[in-house]
Design a protein around this ligand. Structure first.
Ligand code: PEP
Ligand code: MG
Length: 580
């Protein structure tokens, strides 16, 4: 028996036969070349880039016919990386200055990209390096005249393990014969992991070295919930995981039966439960899990890791796919929330000492008004096709709201002049995720239609705890009195002004916090699709009065640890009572 621990990339447990796909990095040797061979090497490079482009375009047409347009956005990303002139120009420069072969030069270019990406704080942005690696790997294959081994299509049901499984592979996966995936690289926010979750395929990423071992054909257990992979399990491990799997599958299927039940408390108070999404596939998953539309559509993914920014048409196409996926429900589109400008091509690169406190989110959008208006026009145009609302991220005060709204008005006038329809009553909201926004919430509330609390950032800024620093995670406390008081103030201020109070940070998806958020009076919670049914289950067992009692109870304590202990005790009491 061999046990591996990786990153829990997509929940679920699968047991099956391991099928290792030969996706090992191509062994590339850096060779010296004579000055007269430089032109030949550069041509080999440009030919391979052209051949890769042709391959990706063919794949795009094939997928458009077989799986529809919704998924093609990953291939577009790869085409964009390939279209970035710097890939060829920098690699050519390395060939001519270093007098080395094209393969060696391409690997050096990849090394440079790796260094740049490794220095990025935001884990999501950092993991975009996997897209670059995938593209360069394809080019190397083209240079060597080889093709990466394809995923299994018509064979028995297997668990696939490979050095890397690209998003394009994922789209071609036959759900009937792939039970789970294991990759050596990648993380929770890699495109592949996002797709695995959208396709509800258990996945463990970052299992170093597994594809190199002679394990093909062995029995394997994949636990995408805990990130554990066990090859050749002994009887005891097999029984343990089998019963865990049965339990998990049973709970999932039981929960899915409740997808159509209304999200109401025992005494009939409704709470809107919505989903957080990044790609259209997740939109369908939100509806399947009974979500009342989308409370947070993070649009960043479309802007990153590419040459240039997406134009209005491209944005319109992607937002529309999302809107269609969640129709007839509401779609809340958040404007660009990129952290730092390093990955957005065509902009001045400023090295920031504190990127999290730097040129990000709404500040970035306001610093490039024409680009921002493209996004606003694209969102407005989608609002003509179904219910859509706009949300601005990282608002610190009223000036930003006014500047953003002014550009929104300009975008509307431009559409008016062109005779293009949009929803004239479109709602505009702001994320409350900076402490100053909590303090001036009353001023903001007069000029927006809703608040959505981003607890991931609010806790980070309120407690000065870097949300990505694992060492600090015990200090990242949703029940810290400062957080609870802020949440209470936000809801109170929103309701006093007659606007809606939503919450879309990770806190919303943890069933433990449901009574507190309900008791505080939130109108809407938005979370990952996989959390919707569990949260609804707790909601349906709770009364508004009991929730208020629990929320008030939490305020009696001076520390997060005490409040958490109290909350857990109350939740346990309620569960025990519900079985009496
Ligand atoms: C948040 O900060 O809570 C939030 C929902 O936004 P993001 O996680 O995208 O920063
Ligand atoms: Mg945020």
């Amino acid at each position: 028996m061999q046990r591996f621990t990786g990153i829990a990339a997509s929940p679920g447990i699968a047991v099956g036969k391991l099928r290792i796909i030969d996706r090992r990095r191509i062994a590339v040797t850096e060779l010296a070349v004579a000055p007269e061979a430089v032109a030949h090497e550069i041509r080999r490079l440009t030919d391979a880039v052209a051949a890769t482009r042709a391959e990706l375009e063919a794949l795009r047409s094939h997928l458009a016919e077989t799986t529809g347009d919704d998924h093609l956005f990953f291939i577009e990303t790869h085409l964009m990386i390939l279209a970035d002139e710097r890939l060829v120009s920098e690699t050519s420069a390395i060939i001519s200055s270093g007098l080395i072969n094209a393969e060696g030069a391409l690997l050096r270019t990849l090394g440079r990209y790796r260094e740049i990406f490794a220095g990025i704080d935001d884990p999501y942005l950092r993991e975009r390096i996997y897209d670059v690696e995938t593209v360069i790997e394809r080019v190397l294959h083209c240079m060597g005249g080889t093709a990466p081994e394809q995923l299994p299509r018509h064979e028995e049901r297997v668990v696939v393990a490979a050095h890397d499984i690209t998003p394009a592979d994922m789209l071609q996966i036959n759900r009937d014969n792939v039970l789970a995936i294991i990759t050596e690289i990648g993380g929770r926010t890699s495109h592949t992991a996002i797709l695995a979750r959208a396709l509800e395929l258990p996945a463990v990423a970052g299992v170093d070295g597994i594809a190199e071992l002679p394990l093909d054909g062995q029995q394997v257990i994949v636990d995408g919930t805990s990130g554990v992979v066990i090859v050749n399990p002994d009887d005891e491990a097999f029984r343990t995981f089998l019963s865990r799997k049965q339990h998990y599958d049973y709970l999932e299927s039981e929960l899915l039966k409740t997808a159509h039940l209304p999200a109401v408390t025992l005494d009939g108070r409704s709470l809107l439960l919505r989903g957080n999404v990044e790609i259209p596939e997740e939109g369908s998953s939100v509806l399947k899990h009974g979500g009342a539309g989308v409370g947070l559509y993070r649009t960043e993914i479309l802007f990153m890791n590419r040459a240039g920014l997406p134009d209005e048409e491209e944005q319109f196409g992607v937002y529309r796919s999302m809107q269609q996926a969640v129709a007839p429900h509401l779609l809340t589109i958040r404007t660009l929330d990129a952290g730092g400008d390093k990955l957005l091509d065509g902009m001045e690169t400023v090295v920031e000492q504190n990127p999290v406190l730097g040129m990000r989110a709404i500040r970035l959008s306001l610093s490039m008004p024409e680009e921002f208006k493209k996004q606003l026009r694209a969102i407005l145009r989608v609002s003509a096709t179904g219910p859509v609302r706009i949300m601005f991220p990282m608002i610190s005060g009223l000036e930003e709201v006014r500047s953003a709204r002014k550009l929104l008005e300009e975008a509307k006038s431009e559409l008016d002049r062109a005779g293009i329809p949009y929803d004239r009553q479109i709602q505009v909201g702001v994320m409350i995720e900076i402490p100053s926004a909590v303090t001036v919430a009353d001023l903001l509330a007069r000029e927006v239609d809703f608040f959505s609390v981003g607890t991931n950032d609010l806790i980070q800024y309120l407690l000065a705890i870097d949300r990505t620093n694992e060492q600090l995670s015990p200090l990242y406390q949703p029940l810290h009195p400062a957080v609870l008081r802020s949440l209470r103030q936000i809801v109170h201020t929103a309701h006093a002004a007659g606007i809606t109070a939503c919450l879309c940070g990770e806190m919303a998806g943890d069933p433990l916090y449901l009574p507190v958020l309900l008791g505080l009076g939130f109108d809407e919670l938005s979370m990952g699709a996989a959390s919707l049914l569990r949260v609804k289950q707790i909601l349906r067992r709770c009364s508004s009065q009991r929730a208020r009692q629990i929320a008030d109870g939490c305020f009696r304590f001076s520390t997060a640890a005490e409040a958490e202990l109290y909350l857990k005790q109350q939740m346990t009491l309620d569960v025990v009572e519900s079985f009496d």
